[in-house]
Design a protein around this ligand. Structure first.
Ligand code: PLP
Length: 388
């Protein structure tokens, strides 16, 4: 099919041409005297994206899933209890990893469509007077349902209960796109990945750990090797890595950070908020609803609920086969019930209008009772009214 495949999935996201070009480099000796000039500023600049001055940033040649494992195995001890609210596929997978790694995972089921229930969390932490819970796992942006949780609120709940548990945050689909403040929110581990807001291919786990978490790394007895932060700490100190780095990802990250700082993080957050709102207006104009309930809407991804007599998978396959656009599918509990439109990373008004138009065509083909142009029209009105 002529023209580009338009990628509207919530990761991997579109890679800007400048970043693609920056990654196209001959391999280098990563033990050379010039390598630290690449790595050291990247680690410093990641701290700016995490909004931390007191924490430390790390890069693993891996994906976000490895980031979960780094937090578990470096900061905690075998068998430790962790608390998680399960309200989407990523919260679920993180909890499952905890079980597989032998942790005592306390799982509370929540509606898929809501985020972390702050009142319940605070009550549970207050009840835990012996401080058996060693960490709270919080998915900042639940990519499967398009739900954003209030991490500042999670910190408030921990403080209100005067609870010393570590706060681990999955920011894979929020960091760099939705406001995230590691220091202000007292986050002990932030896990993000290259292929979402950083607009890169998969293959970089970008992590941040607080001073409190790094102190625990010194005494953790959990067995680990490839994912050991101690080896990173030792080698990063002189600008090197414990094993071969993913060089194109590092060069790509240099360029994507340059682009992000040039735009300004606050402007990026505002752009995502605006693009997301346009998509939500389109969904409302179609007469459909989002999986996310009021107050939980994500600015990086929208999960659209299809009518009960429709299968969202048909919309996705029609969109791909006929119109060459890629939409995200419903995962696990919402399979077939939702499709997802990503509005994360290198996106603008017109890219979103393409997503909305292509989705509209596919839904019409699948017999949805919507009016051609209704979603596009609603988004156009909103984007024009709010354009700078
Ligand atoms: C994409 C994603 C992950 C998984 O990351 P991988 O890079 O595929 O390992 C984890 N959490 C969230 C919220 C995500 O969106």
């Amino acid at each position: 099919m002529a023209g580009r495949n338009h990628l509207y999935i919530p990761g991997p996201t579109n890679v800007p041409n400048e970043v693609l070009n920056a990654m196209h480099v001959p391999m280098e000796d990563h033990r050379s005297p010039i390598f630290p000039k690449l790595l050291t500023p990247l680690l410093e600049d990641l701290k700016k994206v995490f909004n931390t001055t007191t924490g430390q940033a790390f890069i693993f040649p891996a994906t976000g899933t490895a980031g979960w494992e780094v937090a578990f195995t470096n900061v905690l001890n075998p068998g430790d209890k962790v608390l998680v609210y399960r309200f989407g596929q990523f919260a679920h997978l993180w909890a499952e990893m905890g079980k597989r790694l032998g942790f005592d995972v306390e799982i509370h089921q929540e509606d898929w469509g809501k985020g972390i229930p702050l009142d319940k969390l605070e009550a549970r932490l207050k009840e835990d007077t012996n401080h058996e819970i060693k960490a709270v796992l919080a998915t900042h942006n639940e990519t499967s349902t398009g739900v954003t949780s209030d991490i500042a609120g999670v910190r408030k709940a921990l403080d209100a209960a005067n609870h010393p548990a570590f706060l681990f945050v999955d920011g894979v689909s929020s960091v760099g796109s939705i406001e995230f403040r590691m220091d202000d929110w007292g986050v002990d581990a932030i896990i993000s990945g290259s292929q979402k807001g950083f607009m890169l291919p998969a293959g970089g786990a970008f992590l941040g750990f607080s001073a409190k978490a790094l102190k625990a790394v010194e005494t953790s007895t959990y067995p680990r090797c490839f994912l050991d932060l101690k080896d990173q700490i030792t080698t990063n100190a002189t600008g090197y890595t414990p094993y071969t780095p993913n060089l194109p990802i590092l060069y790509g990250l240099r360029k994507s950070l340059d682009l992000m700082f040039a735009e300004g993080l606050d402007n990026i957050y505002a752009r995502h908020a605006r693009l997301g709102e346009g998509v939500r207006r389109a969904v409302a104009a179609w007469g459909l609803t989002t999986c996310a309930q009021e107050g939980f809407h994500s600015n990086t991804v929208t999960a659209v609920v299809v009518p009960a007599d429709k299968d969202a998978r048909e919309v996705i396959s029609t969109a791909f086969n006929r119109y060459n656009i890629s939409l995200g599918g419903g995962l696990s509990e919402v399979m077939g019930k939702v499709f997802r439109i990503g509005h994360m990373g290198d996106m603008n008004d017109v890219s979103m209008l393409g997503a909305i138009a292509g989705t509209e065509m596919a839904m019409l083909d699948c017999g949805f009772d919507i009016k051609a142009g209704s979603g596009v029209g609603a988004a156009i009105e909103y984007y024009r009214a709010t354009a700078k």
